[in-house]
Design a protein around this ligand. Sequence first.
Ligand SMILES: NC(=O)c1ccc[n+]([C@@H]2O[C@H](COP(=O)([O-])OP(=O)(O)OC[C@H]3O[C@@H](n4cnc5c(N)ncnc54)[C@H](OP(=O)(O)O)[C@@H]3O)[C@@H](O)[C@H]2O)c1
Length: 308
Amino acid sequence: MHAAVIQASDAPPVYRDHPDPAPRHGDELVVEVLAAGLHHLTRAKANGSHYSSGGAYPLVPGVDGVVRDEEGNVRYVVLDDTALGTFAERTLIDPRRSVILPGGIDPVRIAAAMNPAMSSWVALRRRVDFHAGQRVLVLGATGNAGRMAVQIAKLFGAAQVIAAGRDTTRLRALTALGADETIAYDRIGQAADVDVVIDYVWGELAAGAMIPMLTARADRTAPLTWIQIGSIAGQTAPIPSAALRSARMRIVGSGIGSVPARDFLAELPELAAAVTAGAIDVRARAVPLAQVAQAWTTESDDRVVLVP
Ligand SMILES: NC(=O)c1ccc[n+]([C@@H]2O[C@H](COP(=O)([O-])OP(=O)(O)OC[C@H]3O[C@@H](n4cnc5c(N)ncnc54)[C@H](OP(=O)(O)O)[C@@H]3O)[C@@H](O)[C@H]2O)c1
């Protein structure tokens, strides 16, 4: 079969022949890959920079995707740590890490949506006691995950969703997706009275936003949960000590590990149904798997989805 193969942590994938997969035990299925998203996690796992990277090469990247099993079921699957990912014509899956999708779905749309959408869906369901009527601030709202966080917070009944980002044109577009307010980072003090922050940026940007926000809160003793999800602006954040004293803020993370795999898997069916039903707007761009080398190194606003 054909697959994208990475030989070393700093090498881009090469499209080439690769041995066909063979099940190693009875729980594994060989499946045909229909579509697989090129997410930040895909790159970070492949180059060894993600905390869950396996570090073994050669490696076929691809952490999730839409696949067809031998019985014709179309599934969305999240792979465990493996050297044989979804950037291949065929791969191996554990069906317990998958959900069967209804007929007629668009594999590209599902493959683009599930990873970025899962980040806020699982965070709000599994990392905080979120309830309808609460107010949410999304930092990094113009990215794929941020746009979905705006929509998912609304879907879960948020009374107010404030979308924060750098790009005012892109920010404005979020109003049509449900954002009640959009705000540039230098005005973050105006987004002070929220219950939950969904943070995709981290770094100095997030740390710098804390004091202006916290000191502007109408009631500093009102609980605020800052959910750390992405680190697009920096892996480390110099959090001022006063941020943790001056208001009733707690910081939690949400990702693989802080949320058990079983909890991610338990949320898959409902999220897949929401994406399938069109409840979440998705930006997707299909690219043939043969063009993986170019796609790997090219920036794209739309989520690139590789199609074997
Ligand atoms: N923990 C989880 O479960 C989970 C799941 C999915 C994603 N993530 C993480 O969440 C983050 C966002 O993912 P994504 O899929 O939304 O990525 P994306 O689609 O590439 O969007 C990232 C956005 O961040 C903004 N940005 C880039 N560099 C920035 C900087 N230096 N300072 C401020 N903003 C910057 C850009 O928006 P503008 O150019 O419009 O400002 C960009 O659109 C990534 O770190 C990803 O790894 C985590």
